[in-house]
Design a protein around this ligand. Structure first.
Ligand code: PMP
Ligand code: GLN
Length: 379
């Protein structure tokens, strides 16, 4: 793991704590999840639900996940054998990559990519093949030719994150069809990171890759209660996939953590069954916050890319006369009292991302307003 150091999220959050700056770096909400879900966790602890739950996850959560996948996407999964509860999406990503990629295998990723992908590909001894997402007509997308060129005889896996952190793109059905074509043609497995599946805006609906023709049988899909129910500290996630994949991922998972926290699984099972209305409210509120932050960043002089989903806005710093996002991110607390994440750490081709900062908008309105007022002083 030499060269991986400290994650940018830990570094930037520590910087915010040390300087007292407003933290629009690490993506975590500053408002709680649904009250009844929180009560369920407390009740589960009080009721004595404090010992190891079953390795694959408590049955009521696996059943709730299977119901959610079929009701929302028309995708049927057997709660016994095709659903696996994990310690957040992070463990799902880790176990999936370790299970499905070996030394010398190549893994295609869209850059910028979530930082744990690179670390886990390295731990697997595999090699990442990045395909760059670039702005085109106000949103980030990829060149199908570049995707095809990234696939070779050693390619085993493709990692697909939609809605995408940090660029905020929700892949259209047409973009997903291109990815699906490549997977079918080259017999690849897709690992889809869908942690922002509910957090989409302006009617941009999330389409799971597994719902495309011939893809269910070759897709491992990943979700997270952290994002859907604003409980990032609970670390409850899950995968849905055909049974042989789930067996392989569980074989790894059992030696990483064996199982995930019992009382939170119960509370999340309840929330998936009863609180999706609350999630719609969260989605609406985030849409307004997105507009608030985009407007504020534009007024401050950045070029802001309006995301179709997630918690994040990509902002180009060049109109303000800056070129190095890392340098600006490190100076920003002193200069403006705000913390953001330099997107370049999510790229192999650092030059493609050198001039972007990622700002999170999963914050109370007055926090966003104060941050953009401070950023206006940068001019
Ligand atoms: N994937 C993406 C794209 C994320 O943004 C995050 C967390 N912010 C994760 C995975 C990790 O999710 P979890 O907190 O459930 O481990
Ligand atoms: N996923 C969140 C983000 O992208 C935080 C992740 C973390 O702290 N590891 O900001």
């Amino acid at each position: 793991m030499q060269g991986f150091g400290t994650t940018i999220f830990a570094e930037m959050t520590a910087l915010a704590v040390r300087t007292g700056a407003i933290n629009l770096g690490q993506g975590f909400p500053d408002s709680p999840g649904p009250e009844a879900m929180l009560e369920r966790a407390v009740a589960a602890i009080r009721a004595g639900d404090n010992q190891y739950p079953p390795g694959p996850g408590v049955p009521e959560l696996r059943e709730a996940v299977a119901r959610q996948r079929v009701e929302r996407y028309g995708l049927g999964y057997d709660p016994d054998g095709e659903v696996l509860v994990t310690v957040g999406a992070t463990e799902a990503i880790a176990a999936a990559i370790l299970a499905l990629a070996g030394p010398g295998d190549e893994v295609v990723v869209f850059e910028p990519y979530y930082d744990s992908y690179a670390a886990m590909i390295a731990l697997a001894g595999a090699v990442r093949r990045p395909v760059t997402l670039r702005p085109e007509g106000g949103r980030f997308t990829f060149d199908p030719g570049e995707l095809r060129a990234a696939v070779g005889p050693r390619t085993r896996l493709i990692l697909v994150n939609s809605p995408h952190n940090p660029v905020g793109t929700v892949f259209t059905r047409a973009e997903l069809e291109v990815i699906a074509d490549v997977c079918r043609e080259h017999d690849l497995t897709a690992v889809t990171d869908e942690v922002y599946e509910y957090l989409t805006f302006d009617g941009a609906g999330h389409v799971p890759l597994a719902s495309l023709e011939g893809m269910r049988e070759r897709t491992v899909a990943i979700s997270s209660a952290g994002k859907t129910f604003s409980a990032t500290g609970w670390k409850v996630g899950w995968i849905t996939a055909p049974a042989p994949y789930v067996r392989a991922v569980q074989t790894v998972k059992q030696f990483l953590t064996y199982t995930a926290s019992a009382p939170y699984q119960r509370a999340v099972a309840y929330a998936l069954g009863h609180e999706l209305g609350w999630v719609q409210g969260l989605r609406k509120s985030l849409e307004a916050k997105r507009d608030r932050l985009v407007a504020g960043l534009e007024a401050a002089g950045f070029t802001a890319y309006r995301p179709q989903g997630t918690y994040f806005v990509q902002a180009d710093i060049r109109p303000l006369g800056f070129t190095d996002g890392m340098e600006l991110a490190r100076a920003l607390p002193e200069r403006a009292g705000v913390v953001a994440v330099p997107s370049q750490v999510f790229y192999d081709h650092a030059a493609a991302g050198a001039h972007f900062l990622r700002f999170a908008f999963c914050k109370r309105d007055h926090v966003i307003d104060e941050a953009v007022e401070r950023l206006a002083e940068l001019r």
